[in-house]
Write a protein that binds this ligand. Sequence first.
Ligand SMILES: [Zn+2]
Length: 95
Amino acid sequence: MPKSKKGHDWVDFKAVKDIITMEMVLDHYGLMSKLNQSGKNLVGCCPIHQGVNPRQFSVNPDKNIFNCFGNCNGGGNVIDFVSKMENVDTRQAAL
Ligand SMILES: [Zn+2]
């Protein structure tokens, strides 16, 4: 396994994103039942900033990304989501 200069184990982010879907991550946090289907997207309250607006948070399963239009004011891929939920950096989230 190649190591970076800081001695961290290499994490293949692309492989993680290919394997892990937003649905799997949402299911892991018990959030699937809290989101509603809206066209191709899943929408609901943002679990990251504990939002109460049920239309602020959306997930696009096709692109495997999420977006928050509230306090988070942004989105990202599955790794970004887990890192925000766990409050860890993206490398830790991929492990
Ligand atoms: Zn949010």
